[in-house]
Design a protein around this ligand. Structure first.
Ligand code: NAP
Length: 530
């Protein structure tokens, strides 16, 4: 263990750099246990800083058109591209991820920024968005109404979870900046280093107006108090913290707009008619094993429940277990390692406890935890090998449907028919993503489409995998900026991304009622944010 004092990372708020005056919280390498850096926000004037963000960053951004702000996003992407190698090194050190998993976070972010840059370019020189058409309010249309969306004059406070320090920042920041709204990001402490470095690099490169992009690391104390009525809060994290934030006076009394992405017990469903070894069966097995192990299962969208026709329970357990048995776990610096660590020893303990809790109501179908770690000390490293659980009676235990173990863990369950499967999926009380696995013929396509529509009510996204798209589909858990990310119920009820839909959160919709001569001057004929 390294015991020399570590660097204290500065915060950046409202065009000013601020180093916390406290001792700070230390960030660790979750594989080696080394102390890396410290974060601290003690002494930071949040109210004053937030006001500078609104006035300095907000006005500079709003003075630009969507096309000009798209240009800023392109410049940000170039800065990040240049720092890519350093970001991968930080990711290995602070998140314990193998290269492919770091890429999901880092390259996923750069891709997302690029998509918003393109979308912004297409909005052209407009500064407000049209929302719907002219509606007559008087005979002959001499008086009427039009809706417009104007960028809010507040800021976007983005409070993020530990699992995506890069993507989590940029999937929120890109739509906000494109909308003309400045961003304050508060990364989760355990993995704050990568977020802080990226923000600092973009600020140092001078590609954004002062105050447009800001980072506050360390304690979250006081952040919510500093929010004003026209600010937005975009939160990703646990349902418990989300419930706390919803009750805060900023939300409950000052009507700060809030978007919440929280826990989710997502599912994968093998359609009826599959047989062991059939194409759909194999696609499910492959995707479940991938989802369980990518980022060590620390994805809010990861598959947690696997539903198969009851006759296939044994065959699916065997096939998924066989794939998981091939996953080498340990130090991500060793090229033979396929799966690295969880983000911290605290998460290690939480995942072990979660597995033990589920094991009280489920059988263990595969447990990789007996195998030795590669190049890692099991007493230090936060590495947990994949565990597949199973329940032959999934109706009997609510825990199976409501417990999110945030690691490489999933539970297999048999279903009798599609009605039963739908009922089981819905017991997750609202999820981010569900994937369906079926064949390509017309009858299968009919059933897949009907099931997707049925399940759409309890999900933000339904992902359908068939042999024709085996090599093309984007993955059950991969969040694409073109598609909606969020989910109803326990998933938080939020909506992010989904192309230009993401801009809605950062705009205020208003109706203007006037004569057509006035209304025709409100907006150029631009695409609307829908
Ligand atoms: P968490 O403990 O709720 O923390 C999330 C963020 O909230 C962190 O930045 C944390 O800061 C901050 N925070 C904690 N208490 C706060 C308070 N009182 N006021 C303001 N901010 C506060 O969640 P986590 O353990 O980091 O993340 C894991 C969870 O996130 C999982 O359950 C996962 O399902 C969920 N998640 C959801 C999505 C999604 O898109 N739906 C994506 C990723 C993760 P500190 O770190 O400094 O405490």
């Amino acid at each position: 263990m390294n015991s020399s004092p570590t660097e204290l990372l500065p915060n950046h708020l409202g065009g000013q750099r601020h180093v916390g005056t406290g001792a700070g919280t230390t960030l660790f390498d979750p594989v080696l246990g080394d102390a890396l850096v410290r974060v601290d926000a003690t002494g930071l004037d949040l109210a004053g800083g937030f006001e500078r963000v609104r006035t300095l960053g907000g006005s500079a951004l709003r003075a630009l058109s969507y096309r000009e702000r798209a240009g800023l996003l392109k410049a940000v992407a170039q800065v990040l591209q240049a720092g890519r190698d350093a970001y991968f090194a930080l990711s290995t050190a602070n998140s314990g991820t193998v290269k492919n998993d770091s890429a999901v976070d880092i390259d996923g972010a750069i891709y997302t920024i690029g998509v918003y840059a393109k979308l912004g370019e297409a909005l052209g020189d407009a500064r407000v968005l049209a929302d719907g058409e002219f509606v007559a309010l008087a005979k002959g249309g001499a008086f009427g109404s039009r809706h417009v969306q104007v960028p809010t004059r507040g800021l976007a406070l983005c409070i993020n979870a530990f699992n995506f320090p890069s993507w989590g920042l940029w999937e929120k920041a890109a739509p906000a900046l494109l909308s003309g709204v400045p961003v304050v990001v508060k990364p989760a402490t355990a993995t704050a280093w990568l977020t802080q470095r990226m923000v600092q690099d973009v600020i140092d490169a001078g590609v954004l107006p002062a105050g447009a992009l800001n980072v506050v690391c360390g304690s979250s104390a006081g952040l919510m108090d500093a929010l004003q009525p026209f600010d937005g809060l975009s939160f990703t994290g646990s349902a418990d913290t989300a419930a706390l934030l919803r009750r805060h006076p900023a939300v409950a009394e000052r009507s700060v707009r809030v978007n919440i992405e929280a826990d989710s017990v997502n599912s994968a469903l093998l359609m009826p008619g599959a047989t062991p070894g059939s194409a759909a069966f194999e696609l499910l097995v492959k995707e479940v094993a991938r989802e369980m192990t990518q980022k060590s299962g620390q994805k809010c969208t990861a598959i947690r429940r696997v539903l198969v026709p009851e006759a296939l329970y044994g065959a699916a357990a065997e096939a998924i277990g066989a794939r998981l048995a091939r996953v080498t776990v340990g130090n991500p610096r060793n090229e033979s390692v396929r799966m690295g660590a969880l983000v911290s020893r605290a998460q290690f303990d939480a995942v072990q406890a979660g597995i033990a809790q589920l094991q009280r109501v489920a059988e263990t179908l595969h447990d990789g935890r007996g195998a030795a770690l590669v190049d890692a000390d099991p007493a230090v490293a936060a590495c947990v090998a994949p565990v597949l659980l199973g329940s032959r009676d999934p109706d009997a235990h609510a825990l199976l449907h409501t417990t999110e173990v945030f690691g490489p863990v999933a539970t297999l369950m048999p279903y009798r028919d599609l009605d039963h499967a739908r009922a089981l999926v819905a017991r997750g009380e609202g999820s981010l993503a569900c994937s369906l696995y079926g064949e390509d013929d017309d009858a299968a396509a009919d059933a897949l489409a009907a099931t997707a529509l049925d399940l759409a009510e309890v999900h933000g996204r339904v992902h359908v995998v068939t042999p024709a798209v085996a090599a093309l589909h984007t993955g059950h858990g991969n969040v694409m900026p073109q598609s909606l990310h969020g989910g109803p119920g326990r998933a938080g009820g939020g909506e992010e991304l989904g192309g230009l839909r993401a801009l809605n959160f950062h705009h205020r919709r208003a109706a203007v009622q006037a004569a057509p001569t006035v209304l025709s001057r409100l907006t150029p004929p631009t695409p609307s944010a829908a």
